[in-house]
Design a binder for this molecule. Structure first.
Ligand SMILES: C[S@@+](CC[C@H](N)C(=O)[O-])C[C@H]1O[C@@H](n2cnc3c(N)ncnc32)[C@H](O)[C@@H]1O
Length: 220
């Protein structure tokens, strides 16, 4: 049996997609993602430290970096090259969020649009544990998640150009895991939209909060 390395497939896929992904996502800017971005910008104040996971070609990097200390991380060097152009004020790292170390309590917000659905289901608990530790008390995670119980599968020639790996948990499991590692769910909405060339796609949009020091004391 051939073993599949999800990280390698995703990295290679986004390198191969290059401009094809950037142009495709540009045409989807007016979808629910813009409503969610407006919420993020209203809730994350000027001067905040923000980490964006899977920033890709920098679709939201310029808006997030405006007045904030922004770090974007992505597996694809090719996508990061686009991001660096659109958000020159940002700091960009080439790496895997499952392996890159950040000091505890170094961010006020962690943001991720459409990247968690590339992380294998069985790594999500590890990932959430890392995110909660990187956030300061009272910090927030803003993310979109898949909704299907998909243990991991490769979609051949995604967007007509590159093989791509997808995986996701059902909505209730994502929320249960977030709570298990210490997050509170502040907001959650499941939205179906038509993706160009792909058909209907459903995502689970979540704002999860790391309890503040006072909340932790009240609970204990
Ligand atoms: C669908 S694109 C989303 C890009 C951008 N956030 C947007 O909405 O247009 C997913 C991005 O997540 C990145 N990614 C996926 N898994 C990752 C991981 N484990 N670590 C870092 N980046 C990852 C991919 O390289 C890709 O650029």
């Amino acid at each position: 049996m051939r073993t599949v390395d999800p990280t390698r497939i995703v990295q290679q896929g986004y390198d191969d997609l290059d401009d094809t992904y950037r142009r495709w996502v540009e045409r989807a800017r007016d979808g629910y993602r813009s409503t969610f971005l407006t919420r993020i910008l209203a809730q994350v104040p000027e001067g905040a430290d923000v980490l964006e996971i899977g920033c890709g070609p920098g679709t939201d990097a310029a808006a997030l970096a405006d007045g904030r200390r922004y770090v974007g991380i992505d597996l694809s060097d090719i996508q990061l090259a686009h991001a660096r152009v659109v958000a020159p004020a940002g700091r960009f790292l080439h790496g895997d969020v499952l392996r890159t170390p950040f000091p505890p309590a170094s961010f006020d917000a962690v943001v991720s649009f459409y990247a968690f659905n590339h992380v294998p289901q069985d790594r999500m608990e590890l990932l959430f544990g890392r995110l909660v530790s990187w956030l300061r008390p009272g910090g927030r995670l803003f993310g979109s998640f898949g909704t299907l119980d998909n243990p991991g599968a490769v979609e051949p020639m995604w967007l007509g150009k590159a093989d791509m790996y997808f995986s996701s948990l059902p909505v209730a499991s994502t929320e249960a895991l977030l709570k298990e590692v210490g997050f509170g769910i502040e907001f959650a909405e499941t939205v179906t939209e038509i993706e160009e060339g792909q058909g209907p796609a459903t995502f689970h949009w979540v704002i999860a909060t790391k309890p503040s020091k006072d909340e932790v004391q009240l609970r204990s």
